[in-house]
Design a protein around this ligand. Structure first.
Ligand code: PLP
Length: 381
């Protein structure tokens, strides 16, 4: 057999992808699956963005782009970040093929064998995999016990981190729980980061999708400007998952080091896609607001439907996910739910938090209602 690198043997394939594969297989057999497993808006990409990509292709923007991004997009990103209260020069931005690639570059630029990275559980599945690929070790802090709020978990975070901690990843609004961290909670993170000289990735990919609570950019807090790497992307807010477009901004020296990984791996994000990204940032406020409104209505509906069945969920304040409390053996619950009720969800254990199933409500109200009915019918609620 082939002799694979230790780094790749340390990681498992993405659990979310495994579930959506199982759903696709059932569908191929003709089974109607209510797929609540995917982290993808169910809306088309706004038409003006599609048109901008076509125009860019027609205008000949089909060659290699500058590695860190086209100047127009880097400038538009710096402006967007300024609107969020963040002070980054366009040269402190790297445009990546998806936010995921950006995270991969940051983590690989910072984390050596044995370096410690702290995660707040439940945490998006790929953080763990990326840290393991880079040889880092993980220290994990649970927030589930407090309905996914961060402030009550700060003492545990204080116990978990030390001067040995290299990096902390914060994701608000968060996948898989939809929590939006309060200013007080983020100030607590700031105090620990400053005390122990920890760099923090602030994954703000769901920042645009909130239901009243303000998603604060961590880098705006006093003392965080030069220790925060701000990550964002176009997949979620603009329903552009397949376009593969994201970015990060951070201290110049980090951008310079991560830029080496960027240029030697992907070269650049797709040229005409970057032109469409400018249009998304500049002319999509209304589309984003409409999609967010739809997500909010679905959230409200789901919370009510579960309450009707006697199940209380922590009410998400952003993103489009919800954690449903299920059996301790959440993997078995999810497998049963897809096999018997034909409802696809993702086990919380994939995010470091057993006892829950993650539901995505980026699906129509009709499908969500159908999903809850099926779960109830088959004894899963
Ligand atoms: N960060 C979080 C928390 C996510 O949920 C995702 C996508 O699921 C990403 C980053 C990366 O998204 P993309 O690579 O499509 O920009």
């Amino acid at each position: 057999s082939m002799d694979f690198a230790a780094r790749v043997e340390r990681v498992e394939p993405s659990a979310t992808l495994a579930i959506s594969d199982a759903a696709s297989e059932l569908e191929a057999e003709g089974v109607d699956v209510v797929d609540l497993s995917v982290g993808e808006p169910d809306f088309p990409t706004p038409e003006n963005v599609v048109q901008a990509a076509k125009d860019a292709m027609d205008a000949g923007h089909t060659g290699y782009a500058p590695s860190n991004g086209i100047p127009e997009l880097k400038a538009a990103i710096a402006e967007k970040l300024a609107d969020d209260g963040l002070d980054y020069d366009p040269d402190q931005v790297i445009v990546t093929p998806g936010g995921k690639q950006g995270l991969y570059e940051i983590i690989n630029a910072l984390v050596d064998d044995g370096d410690e990275v702290a995660l707040l559980d439940p945490a998006w599945v790929s953080y763990e995999a990326m840290v393991k690929l880079s040889g880092g070790s993980l220290t994990r802090v649970d927030t589930a016990a407090h309905d996914f709020a961060l402030e009550p978990a700060l003492d545990d975070l204080a116990d978990a981190v030390s001067d040995e901690t290299e990096l902390l990843v914060v994701n608000s609004p968060g996948n898989p729980h939809g929590a939006v961290y309060s200013r007080e909670a983020l100030e607590g993170v700031r105090d620990l980061a400053v005390e122990h000289d920890i760099l923090v990735i602030s994954d703000e990919i769901y920042k645009e999708i909130t239901y009243g609570a303000e998603a604060i950019s961590l880098g705006t807090l006093d003392g965080m400007g030069d220790r925060t790497i701000t990550l964002n992307g176009f997949s979620k807010a603009y329903s552009m998952t397949g376009w593969r477009l994201g970015y990060f901004a951070g201290p110049e020296e980090l951008v310079s080091q991560a830029g080496k990984i960027h240029s030697h791996s992907v070269s650049s994000a797709v040229n005409f896609v970057q032109h469409a990204g400018v249009e998304a940032l500049e002319n999509c406020d209304e589309a984003v607001a409409e999609m967010t409104e739809a997500f909010e209505a679905r959230r409200d509906m789901l919370v009510d439907l579960f309450a009707d069945h006697g199940v209380d969920v922590a009410v998400p304040e952003g993103a489009f996910y919800m954690m449903l409390p299920v059996d301790d053996d959440d993997a078995a619950w999810c497998q049963g739910a897809i096999d018997e009720a034909h409802v696809a969800t993702v086990p919380g254990s994939a995010f470091g938090t057993p006892g829950y199933a993650r539901l995505s409500y980026a699906a129509s109200e009709e499908r969500l209602r159908e999903g809850v009915e099926r779960l109830a019918e088959h004894g899963y609620l």
